[in-house]
Write a protein that binds this ligand. Structure first.
Ligand SMILES: N[C@@H](CCC(=O)N[C@@H](CS)C(=O)NCC(=O)O)C(=O)O
Length: 419
């Protein structure tokens, strides 16, 4: 039994280990970014599908296919590939797919690329999730999703918009967002799926919207000070219905991750510099988060709390996290201090000169790659509160044109997959 002393000492690694829960069940448990095999109660010999997706669990087109496989409960393997903005592409993958583009899928030995072609092939082999891709009503919704995507790109990714153009771009985006709300309202249930709008889970029509609506919610808050969920209550209800489902939560990212992973992917995202924007961006960057826009889901009721899961995930990679930190070995005590503060829910003083090192880690927690949203929220907050005990020294700003600081290679386990 670990003796937990009240007071301000950082616990040892072995004391922290004793407080951590076992790793989550990856093969049969809820959807999770760490799995490399998913079986849904079926024998491994029945697996016909391999999904090639990114190490960071960030690619939106991969998320669409990932969600489809999870909701349809098709056994599959996962092979993870590096996206160019995080590090070099694996040669074994470019030998298979010369463009290096993700996602790709092997179905019964046949390689398929392009997420829509992948979904069509999966539907042919296993049957659809709700109304199928080719259904006239689903096609109309897919077109609407592309309209929303374009309106979002124009607003977010056009540099140098003046005040008037910002307003026009926002109006255009909101016009299309209202069409999505009308489509939801006309179904009369929680979902866009025209066959079962009040069914227990979303259909393919919903799955095609999820990745980018999630990214819109995050990026428009961070770069434009725009609260999508407040401005569009119909979209808020739809997101909240998704967040009640463990399958969606397993794939869900958060505002911080999207805000810093989108710019290199999109060729830049541009802030409007308004008071609301600066306030929201500061809240995100400091680790305080934007509770009203992030998931309302709470882990309470789950057997493992958000902080316990965060502890387990950090402990798994603690050596690499210390080695990779700018403070090197001297990050050992500050990291233990923050983790101790998190589990004991009381402040623990880090060694002097560690504020920027703690903030370096705060800024690099990637959701859902590293841990679920709720765990990241708790961990970021405690890294910041522990850093603040040392001072206000910040870490270097995150790069905008690439994220080589997130190269997955140092974290790869023996099977070349991050554990
Ligand atoms: N039209 C494609 C788009 C896929 C796509 O743009 N994939 C990006 C990631 S989001 C990619 O693989 N880029 C290459 C890289 O980043 O390495 C699809 O629907 O599958």
């Amino acid at each position: 039994m670990t003796e937990v002393r009240p007071g301000a000492d950082a616990l040892s690694w072995s004391a922290l280990d004793a407080l951590a829960p076992p790793a989550a069940e990856r093969i049969e448990g809820p959807a999770n970014a760490q799995a490399t095999l998913r079986l849904f109660g079926q024998p491994e010999a029945s697996v016909r599908v391999t999904l090639f997706r990114d190490h960071h669990a960030w690619c939106p087109y991969c998320q669409k296919v990932w969600l489809w496989l999870e909701f349809r409960r098709i056994p599959y393997r996962i092979r993870k590939v590096t996206m160019r903005c995080y590090g070099p592409k694996e040669p074994w993958f470019t030998a298979l797919v010369p463009s290096g583009m993700l996602p790709a899928l092997d179905l019964d030995g046949r390689l398929i690329t392009e997420s829509d072609r992948i979904l069509e092939s999966l539907e042919r082999s296993f049957g659809p999730v709700g109304a199928p891709m080719a259904d006239r009503r689903v096609r109309r919704l897919r077109d609407l999703e592309r309209l929303l995507f374009r309106a979002w790109c124009i607003w977010l990714c056009t540099p140098g918009l003046g005040e008037r153009q910002e307003g026009q771009a926002r109006d255009q985006f909101q016009r299309v967002a209202r069409q999505m709300e009308q489509a939801l309202a006309s179904g009369g249930g929680s979902w866009l799926d025209p066959d079962a709008p009040d069914g227990p889970q979303p259909g393919t029509a919903d799955l095609v919207f999820i990745p980018y609506v999630e990214r819109m919610n995050a990026s428009l808050a961070y770069f434009k000070g725009f609260a999508l969920r407040r401005e569009h209550p119909g979209i808020d209800r739809w997101l909240a219905a998704l967040e009640r489902l463990a399958t969606y939560r397993g794939t869900q990212s958060d505002v911080h991750t999207h805000a810093h992973d989108l710019p290199p992917q999109m060729g830049g995202c541009w802030s409007d510099g308004s008071d609301a924007q600066l306030r929201m961006a500061r809240a995100v960057d400091s680790g305080a988060g934007l509770d009203e826009l992030e998931s309302r889901w709470s882990c309470s009721g789950s057997t493992v709390s958000a902080r316990e899961r965060a502890l387990e995930r950090v402990l798994r990679h603690r050596c690499t996290l210390v080695n990779r930190n700018p403070l090197g070995d001297r990050f050992d005590q500050p990291l233990r201090a923050a983790l101790t503060a998190m589990v004991l829910e009381q402040p623990v003083t880090p060694e002097r000169g560690s504020a920027s090192a703690l903030r370096y880690l705060r800024d690099r927690i990637s959701v859902p790659r590293d841990m679920p949203l709720e765990s990241a929220r708790v961990l970021r907050k405690v890294l910041e509160s522990t850093a603040a005990l040392d001072g206000d020294q910040q870490s270097d700003a995150l790069p905008f044109e690439h994220r080589f600081d997130q190269d997955p290679r140092p974290f790869l386990g023996p099977q070349q997959q991050p554990a």
